[in-house]
Design a binder for this molecule. Structure first.
Ligand code: SF4
Length: 145
């Protein structure tokens, strides 16, 4: 075999698995749309779900960021699981040298620019999800969808 054959490799991208149609959303559903498939057609996709990778079940009680913490609607501090999930996703990004991520908007893990304010009343404030924050701090470009 000729070792000089160069593969036509696509750019890699980490993608919130719920955007791909995986039923990993807190309520057991997903956030799929055809627009996402169209956007991703020229990428090599690495699916991630920080909340599952942090050890949380599906379905699960929804959570929101509150300052430095993440608190579930029934008052449980799930910050540790959110941080674990973010770090597992960063591990994959580093392992496979991925510099870009497409993440689900408004999520306490994946959100970019705007997230819910921690009162579970649908109020949005400026901020990012825990994983989006960690990606940005580590030089990964984040696109929200
Ligand atoms: Fe989707 Fe991210 Fe929430 Fe997982 S953590 S369900 S990938 S928005």
């Amino acid at each position: 075999m000729d070792s000089k054959i160069i593969k036509n490799q696509k750019e890699k991208i980490l993608v919130s698995a719920c955007l791909l149609g995986v039923n990993c959303k807190y309520d057991g559903g997903n956030n799929y749309s055809k627009e996402i498939d169209e956007f991703l057609k020229d990428y090599e996709i690495i699916p991630i779900c920080p909340e599952i990778m942090g050890g949380l079940p599906t379905p699960r009680v929804p959570s929101e960021r509150l300052g430095d913490k993440v608190i579930s609607k029934d008052g449980v501090d799930v910050t540790k699981q959110y941080l674990k999930g973010a770090n597992e996703c960063l591990f994959l990004a580093k392992k496979y040298d991925v510099k870009k991520a497409l993440l689900k908007l408004k999520s306490p893990s994946c959100g970019l620019g705007k997230i819910y304010d921690g009162t579970f009343s649908r109020n949005l404030i400026e901020g990012n999800g825990v994983t989006a924050d960690l990606f940005l701090k580590n030089g990964i470009e984040v696109i929200g969808m």
